[in-house]
Design a protein around this ligand. Structure first.
Ligand code: NAP
Length: 506
C-alpha cells in the first residue's frame, strides 16, 4: 500500500503524558488516522507506575500542566501523584484520546520496510499493524535500576523498587530498609517513618543537595478565582516556569550572572541543611562533597526532619552483600529487615527498549547505539526514517517541566510532518552528518555545565557526555523553532545506510 501523505497513518507507542498531547496536537494538524498502543491497562505512564507513598511532583502544579489545558482545580503547588494521574485521565477522555488507544498492547517489534516506506509494528498479543509515521512516547525514566548487589536473590523478605510499589503490603510495625536518597526516596522515606511501628534504615551512597520549597494549598476561593480569571493561573505558571528556567540556566551556563545565581542557590541548599539538621555528625553525613546541581537538585521539605526521628537511621557504609535476613555493610554489620525498598532510580537510556527495532537495511537500534545513545535534536535517528523518538536523548532539562519540553518536541515533529506532506523532504530522516554536528555542539556545551564538576548522575553517559539538555531553556526553544531542512534527506538515494551508521557507532 502506498503512503497517502495527506492522510498518513500514525502509530504512537505509549499513552503517557507525551502520547496524550501528541494525539491532540496531531489531530489539530489534521492528522486523524492515529493508533496509540499502550502496554498496560490504563493511561498515565510514570504517574500510573509510581504509586509509592508520598509520590508527588516537585515542579509546581500550574507549570506541570499542558499549555492548552490549564487546571484551576489543583489542590496545591506540589500535588500528589494521584491528583496528577487524575489530571491526565481527565484530559485523555475530554479530548477523546481513548477512542484511538488500545490498552494491553505491548509493542515487541517495529520494522521499517524500504519498499513501502512504512513501519510494521507487532505487539505481544501478535497483532500486526502498519503505519506511515511512528512515534515512540515511552518516556525517559521507566526502566527501574535493580543494582547487582551480591546475594540480592537470597533475601527472603519482601523487596520491591519504588516504581513497582506493592500497595497491598502493610509496612506498619516492620523493619524497613530504603536504598537510595534520590528524589523518589526523599518523598517516600518520611511517609514510612511516620507509619506506626516502623523502624527505618536508609542506605545512602552519596548525599544530595536538597532545597526546600514552601508548598501552598489552593483554597476554594483561589480555585474560584482561577476559574473566573484564568490569567491568575497563567501568571503563577509563568512565574514558576521563569524561576525554574533561571535555575536551569545557572546550572548549565558559565556567564557571570549564571555563576552568581549558582552561588546563591548553593547557599540556600547549604542553609537548608544547616538549619534543619541539629546533630553535627548526621549533618556531616548528609553534606555532599560535590557542587550544588551536579546531580539533579532534590526539592523536598520533609526528609531532613524525618531522618532525625528516633525510628530512623542513616547508614553510609557501603552495601557489601545481601543475606536471607538483610544486608551486610562494608564494616561487617548485619542489618536485618522485613522489607527492602530499592529507591535506586532508573536507566535513562532505555527509551523504547527492550524491543526489536529495525530501520533501513535491518539496522537495529541496539547496533546504532552500541557505542553511544544519540539522536538529532533528541528526536530523529539517521537510518530510522519517519520515526520520532519523543523525549529522546538530551531531553530532560534539569528540574524544569518535562511537559513543556514534550510539547515543543511535538510541535517540531509536526512541522517536519508538514514539510514531508508538502514534498519538501522525501523521508523524515536527519542525515548522519547533521546528527554528528548536533552531538559535537552538545559535547561543547557540556563543558559549561556543573554536571561535569565531579559527580556521578543520570545526566551523564559512561563517557561523561550529556544525556540531559546541557543548555538553557531559551536555546532549546530556538532549537525547536523551525526544522532546518538542509539537515534532512531530500532524496532516497541520500539515505543513511547501515554501514555508515555502524561505522559511526564503532
Ligand atoms: P535517582 O535520583 O537516580 O536516585 C537513586 C538513588 O539510589 C541514589 O541515591 C543512588 O545513589 C542510589 N543508588 C543507586 N544504585 C545504588 C547502588 N548500587 N548502591 C547504593 N545506592 C545506589 O532515582 P529516583 O530518586 O528514582 O529519581 C530519578 C529521577 O526521577 C529524578 O532525578 C527525577 O528526574 C525523577 N523524579 C521526579 C520526581 C518529581 O517530583 N518530579 C520525583 C521522583 C523522581 P548515588 O547517588 O550514589 O548514585
Amino acid at each position: 500500500m502506498r503512503t497517502d501523505r495527506q492522510n498518513p497513518s500514525v502509530i504512537i507507542i505509549g499513552a503517557g503524558m507525551t502520547g496524550i498531547q501528541l494525539v491532540i496536537k496531531l489531530r489539530e494538524a489534521g492528522i486523524t488516522d492515529i493508533t496509540v498502543l499502550e502496554k498496560k491497562e490504563s493511561m498515565g505512564g510514570t504517574w500510573r507506575e509510581n504509586t509509592y507513598p508520598g509520590v508527588a511532583c516537585d515542579v509546581p502544579s500550574h507549570a506541570y500542566t499542558y499549555s492548552f489545558e490549564l487546571n484551576p482545580e489543583w489542590s496545591n503547588y506540589f500535588p500528589g501523584g494521584d491528583e496528577i494521574y487524575q489530571y491526565f485521565e481527565k484530559v485523555f477522555y475530554k479530548y477523546g484520546v481513548n477512542y484511538c488507544t488500545r490498552f494491553n498492547e505491548k509493542v515487541t517489534s517495529c520494522v521499517f520496510d524500504e519498499q513501502t516506506q512504512r513501519w510494521t509494528v507487532t505487539t505481544e498479543k501478535g497483532e500486526v499493524l502498519q503505519a506511515d509515521l511512528l512515534f515512540s512516547a515511552t518516556g525517559i525514566l521507566h526502566e527501574p535500576v535493580i543494582p547487582d548487589f551480591p546475594g540480592l536473590d537470597r533475601f527472603a523478605g519482601k523487596m520491591f523498587h519504588t516504581a513497582r510499589w506493592d500497595n497491598d503490603y502493610d509496612m506498619g510495625g516492620k523493619k524497613v530498609s530504603v536504598i537510595g536518597v534520590g528524589s523518589s526516596a526523599v518523598q517516600l522515606i518520611p511517609e514510612i517513618i511516620d507509619t506506626p511501628g516502623t523502624k527505618v534504615t536508609v542506605f545512602q551512597r552519596t548525599p544530595q543537595w536538597i532545597v526546600s520549597l514552601k508548598d501552598r494549598v489552593f483554597t476554594e476561593k483561589d480555585k474560584e478565582r482561577f476559574r473566573r480569571q484564568p490569567w491568575r493561573m497563567k501568571w503563577i505558571r509563568e512565574l514558576s516556569l521563569f524561576s525554574y528556567r533561571q535555575n536551569t540556566a545557572a546550572l548549565t551556563g558559565d556567564s557571570l550572572f549564571n555563576k552568581i545565581m549558582h552561588r546563591i542557590m548553593a547557599r540556600i541548599a547549604r542553609k537548608n541543611l544547616e538549619s534543619s539538621v541539629r546533630d553535627p555528625l548526621l549533618r556531616a553525613k548528609l553534606t555532599p562533597d560535590y557542587k550544588f546541581g551536579c546531580k539533579r537538585v532534590v526539592i523536598n521539605s520533609t526528609f531532613y526532619e524525618a531522618i532525625q526521628k528516633p525510628n530512623a537511621q542513616l547508614v553510609t557504609e557501603g552495601i557489601d552483600h545481601f543475606t536471607e535476613q538483610g544486608i551486610v555493610t562494608s564494616d561487617g554489620v548485619h542489618h536485618q529487615f522485613d522489607v527492602i525498598v530499592l529507591a535506586t532510580g532508573f536507566n535513562p537510556a532505555a527509551f523504547m527498549r527492550p524491543m526489536t527495532f529495525l530501520g533501513r537495511e535491518g539496522l537495529s537500534i541496539n547496533e546504532a547505539w552500541e557505542r553511544k545513545i544519540q539522536a538529532y535534536r533528541s528526536i530523529c535517528l539517521p537510518g530510522f526514517p519517519n520515526f520520532f523518538l519523543m523525549l529522546g536523548p538530551n531531553s530532560p532539562i534539569g528540574n524544569y517541566s518535562v511537559i513543556e519540553m514534550s510539547e515543543l518536541q511535538s510541535d517540531y515533529a509536526i512541522k517536519l510532518v508538514k514539510h514531508w506532506q508538502k514534498g519538501q523532504i522525501n523521508t523524515i530522516e536527519a542525515s548522519l552528518e547533521a546528527m554528528q554536528r548536533w552531538c559535537a555542539m552538545l559535547k561543547h556545551n557540556m563543558k559549561k555545565t556543573v554536571w561535569t564538576s565531579g559527580c556521578q548522575s543520570w545526566y551523564l553517559d559512561a563517557d561523561g557526555d550529556a544525556l540531559a539538555w546541557p543548555d538553557n531553556w531559551n536555546n532549546w526553544v530556538e532549537a525547536m523553532r523551525e526544522p532546518n531542512l538542509n539537515d534532512f534527506l531530500a532524496e532516497s538515494s541520500e539515505a543513511v545506510i547501515r554501514e555508515e551508521v555502524l561505522s559511526d557507532a564503532a
